[in-house]
Design a protein around this ligand. Sequence first.
Ligand SMILES: Nc1ncnc2c1ncn2[C@@H]1O[C@H](COP(=O)(O)OP(=O)(O)OP(=O)(O)O)[C@@H](O)[C@H]1O
Length: 452
Amino acid sequence: MSERAARVEQPDERGDPLVVVDELRSYYESERLLGGKPVKAVDGVSFEIRRGETLGIVGESGCGKTTLGRTLVRLEEATDGTVRYDGTDVTTLSGTELKRWRKNAQLVFQDPTASLNERQTVGAVIREPLEAHSWGDPHSRRERVYDLLELVGLAPEHYYRYPHQFSGGQKQRIGIARALALEPDFLVLDEPVSALDVSVQAKILNLLSDLQAELDLTYLLIAHDLSVVRHVCDRVGVMYLGKLMELGPSEELFSDPANPYTQSLLSAIPKPDPSAPFQRLPLRGTPPSPRDPPSGCVFSTRCPLKIRPDIEGNHDLSRAQWEAIDRFREVLRERDLADVTFVERLRERLGLSTRFTPIPTVAEELLGDVSFPDSVEAALSRAVDRAAEGEVSAARAELADALGGVCEREQPVRHDVGEGHSSRCHRHLEAYADADDVLEGEDGVGGVLEGL
Ligand SMILES: Nc1ncnc2c1ncn2[C@@H]1O[C@H](COP(=O)(O)OP(=O)(O)OP(=O)(O)O)[C@@H](O)[C@H]1O
């Protein structure tokens, strides 16, 4: 949480990497009932955190922020990839080595009330990690707890009180004291202020900033409140569906976001910076399931700047027409994932009522008022027919073949878009620099494309 101005002027004084994350994956296995597909909570994420810096991680609910933080401190097991801490890959540590390493990396939880044992005194709560690691003798542990209470702005008499006697902000101070007990170098702060009143949030953020300077701490700060991240973090990573879409210096990322997802996320802030050079982009709908992420770019199903395929008829389509098609494809996607029983499929085939709106009705509502070039119309009606027969996956494949472009086919690689600033988007490729023809001039989107 150092001063940004100072950082920009003296880039060489930034610390060496303390945590280096390479192609990290963290999946949750599913029950067979749910199709057996794992939830890809973190899916190939790479970045580093320098000593003494605060790296922010933002993204919508469910994008994998908490899983990433928990995997970094080994509260979740990595499925693949490495997390190097001071040069050691900690994903493979076990036994005493793991226990010894755990002291270095701690987590501060979002909800201080839920994370504190109400039956223990504050002293016992903070002492717990010291006891678990056989730190010192009982006397020195007690002394250490008194020191920690003072460090986080609490008083010695709080030692024998119970968590319920404290306000939310004080409880978070207790949580921070506990996290600091074993003198870690690295803290994952998982939404540390989002459960607190706004007036208390600044105090806790100031405390964390002071502690960072005093104890030379390195932070990963997970937050959904973008203004917190902007003011507190040195660099920011933007996550979407388990992937890091953009990573860059805070101020640059907020004032000049390179990735359409970041732009959409910032556009969704009620009061965006009016002087921001980028255009507002709509952030429609909700993210798809991480159990079945889209092929190609994970943001492709919602991206307002999706590159359209260069095939006959497509160039005549307006943005509104593409949006109608996208909405219809989204319904097919959801229907494909829904738990449709055999009986429901049969009823659907026979034209009987089910708990789902029949696909032809959906198609009529979403596409009926829109006219399309012949080739597009033909692809759509083939897909409607197949979906109406219960072959939703085949209908989806049909439309992907006919109307999907590079964003649906290929995962974008990481592009450097500035110093220490990277973004994953096909739009950064020369080959797609002119791919804006279907969008240009509508809703100011052409202006955004120029900035990419
Ligand atoms: N223990 C678990 N078992 C199965 N799936 C899980 C588990 N924990 C999280 N998930 C799923 O993993 C995905 C990522 O969740 P995660 O909590 O990491 O996201 P998040 O960005 O922190 O969300 P939020 O801001 O809502 O906390 C979500 O789809 C979530 O439902």
